[in-house]
Design a protein around this ligand. Structure first.
Ligand SMILES: [Mg+2]
Length: 361
């Protein structure tokens, strides 16, 4: 058997505690509850992928994702990892109904293929931008907690704060004022995770401007099917309006761009998988709309894979790959190329994603 033929696989739960619950307007993560997928070749090389489970956003469950990944493992066993593109296409057909599993299986294949070639995933994707600096998320909660968190992260070197809004408007104003006080002069992104009506979102942004707060991007202000609302806000507001929940497939993005509904799109591997994510990237670049690289709640493994993808292709306007900073110990090793102030030094990755699970605790 050739050394690069896939001969084994495993799917297991990946659990970790968080420093603070990751709360957004549509729900909350109290811990990391993802799935780790591993492929191994006859020659002893390994590739790993991570499925991010965000049931309150995607409806996908961990039990179903484990099942899908076991099926993916069976489909991939006996295939040559050198033909990773063919295998990724097969997975896209087979796992389309469970995108978290699709992303994890494709991630493991790419990690494996890059390691077999002795290059990083970042290089495999073009090696365009060597360094990416992420924002840091200020989750939904009280103003005092937001102030303390923002101050701590600004002192650590973060300069862009992505503030989650949309639970209670008065509380949102207080939280945003606290962020501005703790990090004067720093950039602010907003993400409402579908919470507003279009006119309500417009009022919210006007009131923020009155208070001297001018966000650089407004992400998913309205429910995912409110395409009219997105278009209305894109026409009326000065900052880019970015689709996230509304951009769950290539079709979604094609329609958003064709109808000039939004001026930015958030790419997440968990929504699209690697092949379609690349097509969304090309479509957005050709259409002149802005791009955010985002993620669900993901450990260093999936975050570094997203960074390798984004930096490899280049041309991303907003980087939102900060969830490793919310996780106490995911058990991942090798992520020293991600600095404490949120910079991914992608040219330091030697092979594959650059991150792999350490010895099991
Ligand atoms: Mg979002």
């Amino acid at each position: 058997m050739k050394d690069s033929v896939i001969s084994k696989f495993s799917a297991r739960e990946l659990d970790a505690e968080l420093f603070t619950p990751f709360t957004i307007s549509s729900g909350s993560h109290r811990s990391l509850e993802n799935v780790l997928f591993t492929l191994g070749t006859a020659g002893g090389e390994k590739g790993c992928g991570e499925a991010a489970i965000a049931t309150h956003i995607t409806g996908e469950t961990r039990a179903r994702t484990v099942k899908s990944l076991l099926r993916a493992g069976e489909l991939l066993t006996g295939r040559d990892a050198a033909d990773y593109l063919g295998a990724m296409c097969l997975l896209e057909e087979e796992l389309d109904g469970n995108r978290a599993a699709l992303a994890a299986a494709q991630m493991a294949l790419l990690d494996l293929a890059a390691r077999l070639q002795g290059v990083s995933l970042w290089k495999l994707y073009g090696g365009v931008t060597a360094r990416l600096k992420t924002d840091i998320t200020v989750v939904i909660g009280g103003a005092a907690a937001a102030y303390d968190f923002t101050l701590k992260m600004r002192r650590r070197g973060f300069r862009i704060f992505k503030v989650k809004t949309g639970s209670d408007m008065d509380e949102d104003f207080r939280r945003l004022e606290a962020v501005g006080k703790a990090a004067p002069g720093c950039a602010v992104y907003l993400d409402a995770n579908c919470a507003y009506g279009a006119r309500e979102a417009e009022r919210f942004i006007r009131e923020l401007a009155r208070r001297g707060i001018r966000p650089e991007v407004l992400e998913q202000p309205v429910p995912k099917d409110d395409i009219e609302g997105l278009a209305y806000l894109s026409r009326r507001l000065p900052m880019p309006v970015c689709a996230d929940e509304s951009a769950y497939s290539l079709d979604d993005v094609f329609n958003l761009i064709r109808k000039r509904t939004v001026t930015a799109v958030n790419i997440k591997l968990t929504k699209l998988g690697f092949l379609r994510a690349r097509e969304v990237w090309a479509l957005a670049r050709a259409s002149g709309i802005k791009l955010m690289m985002g993620e669900m709640l993901e450990s260093e493994l999936a975050s570094a894979a997203a960074a390798g993808f984004a930096g490899g292709l280049g041309g991303m306007d907003f980087i939102d790959l900060d969830t490793p900073f919310f996780i106490k110990d995911s058990g991942m090793r090798g992520a020293s190329f991600l600095s404490k102030n949120g910079v991914y030094f992608l040219d330091r990755v030697k092979a594959g994603i650059g991150v792999a699970p350490g010895a099991r605790k």
